[in-house]
Ligand binder design. Sequence first.
Ligand code: SAM
Ligand code: DTB
Ligand code: SF4
Length: 382
Amino acid sequence: MHSFVATTQSGATSLSATTPATAPATPLATTVVGTSATASGAIRHDWSRQEVEKLFALPFNDLLFQAHTVHRQYFDPNQVQVSTLLSIKTGACPEDCAYCPQSTRYDTGLEAEALMEIEQVLEQARAAAASGATRFCMGAAWRSPKQRDMPKVVAMVKGVRALGLESCMTLGMLTREQAQELSEAGLDYYNHNLDTSPEFYGEIITTRTYQDRLETLDHVRDAGMKVCSGGIVGMGETQTDRAGLLQQLANLPQHPESVPINMLVRVQGTPLAAEADLDPFEFIRTIAAARIMMPASHVRLSAGREEMNEQMHALAYFAGANSIFYGEKLLTTPNPQANTDMALFARLGIQPERRHVEMDLEWNGEQASQAPNPLFYDAAAR
Ligand code: SAM
Ligand code: DTB
Ligand code: SF4
């Protein structure tokens, strides 16, 4: 377990990482003042809305202090998990999600593409593995997969896993049987977002209910796959709605292993194209509250990074974000260039999480274990 101590150097306060914790030479009152009701880091499923709202209402420094302290109880604060994302079926989606460039109801100028061929997908997966990603996520603009598409999708999962990558898919709603089929194919994660609070949800989507989403999450969990579920902020929701989203996620019977927090990417032609900017600190507060409420989960700094500067990225990592999508495209919108992310990792002394890679490389044999991870940086050597 890592923890941080405050040290005083000529009157200045700085933070330094230590393992294990040691007491500061001169205890500083500033490390505790104002942090009443300090988060314990316990795994809980009984969050009340009021409690979550209180987290959001904390002074910014107190909230970040608590989130970062909890983060160190469960994770190496200098490691970030790296996933890549591929749209395997693009556009022409019948749903009406107000944020989405892929809905057929909005004229966003997006060209629809049919389900990709298996070999094309695996080519992209090989490139992702070569660039150091440990998880390959495949997304389809479907309300739910059709039975006729399942054999192709299953073959993609098997092919991706054979490359030693973790696999993730997001294909819309799943029946119990479809979830079982994907699980048997070896799918590690299924992404299905709750998107927002139950109260605000109807303003954003009318073609499927909140309950539909919860049922898909149940099917995924019952089939034995890991759950990736989060939401979007910046859609005109209130702080109470952001608290409500996190409350729903944290009060699921088991926390999602992965919690993507997306900042709305405003796309011309969608109903939310002219939505006002969300205060960036409010975004960081959402990350911090997610970290406190789901302390053992990976919190993913997801869509919207293209609009965030490096300082914002650094704050998000400090607040507890420890996963990103890597590569210049999300599904249909731009993402920061891979080398921009790598350069920032190096400057911040962050390393890509290697745990899963090492497991998989072992499994892949000696030749693979010799392969350097191109994402790995020795920041100290710079
Ligand atoms: N069609 C499937 C579904 O909706 O479940 C899977 C793909 S869908 C694009 C995956 C997620 O991407 C959505 O649930 C939403 O949270 C996120 N997303 C879509 N468009 C976005 C946007 N413009 N900004 C931020 N996140 C977005
Ligand atoms: C998630 O929560 N965010 C990703 C992933 N799950 C599939 C998708 C973001 C999409 C952003 C808009 C686009 O590129 O089309
Ligand atoms: Fe379709 Fe998914 Fe976009 Fe909604 S978010 S319109 S279901 S692709």
